[in-house]
Write a protein that binds this ligand. Structure first.
Ligand SMILES: *Cc1c(COP(=O)(O)O)cnc(C)c1O
Length: 398
């Protein structure tokens, strides 16, 4: 049987066996409700607080600054809507970028309908926002600056420290979606000076359905959910002890292994990028080469765009590219997993200045803990043949 090659770690990662082992007892012996005062409750509370320390430790926060959520999407929603709700008297203007994850984008769009004004600052052709452009967007009404730490499609790393400094100078709150960067970059919220930071476990070998928002001590947010007083009233609902414990374990492992893993991934990533560039013509690398996640490869192949036909537009070439890769056992993605089945070109690639045709030929390969050199070799063997076939076949055969 054909061995499968998984190169979609930016969409999600398998749970580390060490993480799974740590979680299992929380489904059985340690099943208590962390808010119960008896023995079972106290044991569960202890497990939750130990995990909170580990998650805090990974980003150099204090444990009381970590609010567990159901994932990155909820953390982004809580950060942005939470500040919007708490700052109504101060202003109604939010600054973000043109390359945010949908969790930030759609929250901002929702707030626009509620009367907030949002500035989407464009990025440079290298996929990085100019902090000066953020500064120029600040007005007397600005309440929040939210900038993604590392982009999920193109892997570019933004100058969040500089932007947080600008926010602080103007008395504006700052937030960063660091979901893709956790475990792949050294993140220190104190050093960065950011007020809020979103995390999720399933992008770095923890379970799905658990994440966190770092909220700097003293910052006031309104909740987006109402119920019991869990998580300081900011995220009511019975804590999922197994998921939280898994998240904590993933954070502990990331702290231990990150240094060596970053080095290993960079070598594999560069081999893959160079291999693609050398073996295929008409390839554009998306995003800066240096300020880039160690596991991200994002390219556009020219000549793979959809064609107009009598029955309407055919979907983008990336759908075919991914289908062909899938047939060869290679799991990849066009850009973000969330837009994987849509035929509309990615807003991130358009923001970089790619034209819609180029954006239709997008491919993201994201590497991780179990990616081997053989996986890279295998991909470099198959990909040129597939691109060649699709180019000559005009890509519109269904
Ligand atoms: C995956 C992802 C999210 C969403 O996280 P979930 O835990 O899946 O809700 C948010 N932002 C970025 C940058 C992501 O990559």
């Amino acid at each position: 049987m054909q061995k499968s090659v998984y190169l979609d770690y930016a969409a999600t990662t398998p749970v580390d066996p060490e993480v799974l082992s740590a979680m299992v007892p929380c489904f059985s012996e340690n099943f208590g409700n962390a808010s119960s005062g008896h023995l079972k409750g106290r044991k569960a509370r202890l497990a939750v607080e130990e995990a909170r320390q580990k998650v805090a430790g990974l980003i150099n926060a204090s444990p009381e600054e970590i609010i567990f959520t159901s994932g990155g999407t909820e953390a982004d929603n809580l950060a942005i809507s939470g500040i919007a709700g708490a700052s109504r008297e101060l202003g109604n203007h939010i600054i973000t970028t043109s390359i945010e994850h949908h969790a930030v984008f759609e929250t901002c769009h929702h707030l626009q309908k509620q009367g907030f004004e949002v500035t989407f600052v464009p990025v440079e052709p290298d996929g990085i926002v100019d902090a000066e452009h953020i500064r120029q967007a600040v007005t007397g009404k600005t309440i929040l600056i939210s900038v993604i730490y590392a982009n999920n499609e193109i892997g570019t790393i933004q100058p969040v420290k500089e932007i947080a400094g600008i926010a602080r100078k103007y008395g504006v709150s700052s937030h960063s979606d660091a979901v893709q960067a956790i475990g792949r970059e050294h993140i220190d919220v104190k050093e960065m000076g950011v007020d809020m930071l979103s995390l999720t476990a399933h992008k770095f070998y923890g379970p799905k359905g658990i994440g966190a928002l770092y909220i700097r001590n003293g910052l006031q947010l309104t909740p987006i959910l109402y119920g019991g007083g869990q998580e300081k009233g900011l995220r009511p609902g019975t804590e999922s002890v197994p998921l939280i414990v898994g998240f904590g374990k993933a954070a502990e492992i990331a702290m231990r292994d990150m240094e060596a893993e970053i080095k290993r991934l960079k070598l594999l990533r560069d081999k893959l990028i160079n291999g693609i560039m050398q073996s295929i013509e008409g390839v554009l690398l998306n995003g800066d080469m240096a300020k880039r996640l160690p596991n991200n490869v994002s390219v556009c192949f020219e000549g793979l765009a959809f064609k107009k036909t009598a029955s309407g537009d055919m979907p983008g070439g990336y759908l075919y590219l991914n289908r062909e890769l899938d047939k060869h056992g290679i799991c990849a993605s066009a850009g973000s997993a969330c837009s994987g089945t849509e035929a509309t070109p990615s807003h991130v690639l358009i923001a970089l200045g790619r034209n819609p045709e180029q954006a239709q030929g997008a491919l993201r390969l994201s590497l991780g803990k179990w990616t081997t050199e053989a996986d890279i070799d295998n991909t470099l063997e198959e990909l040129p043949k597939i691109v060649e076939r699709l180019r000559t076949g005009n890509t519109i055969r269904l």
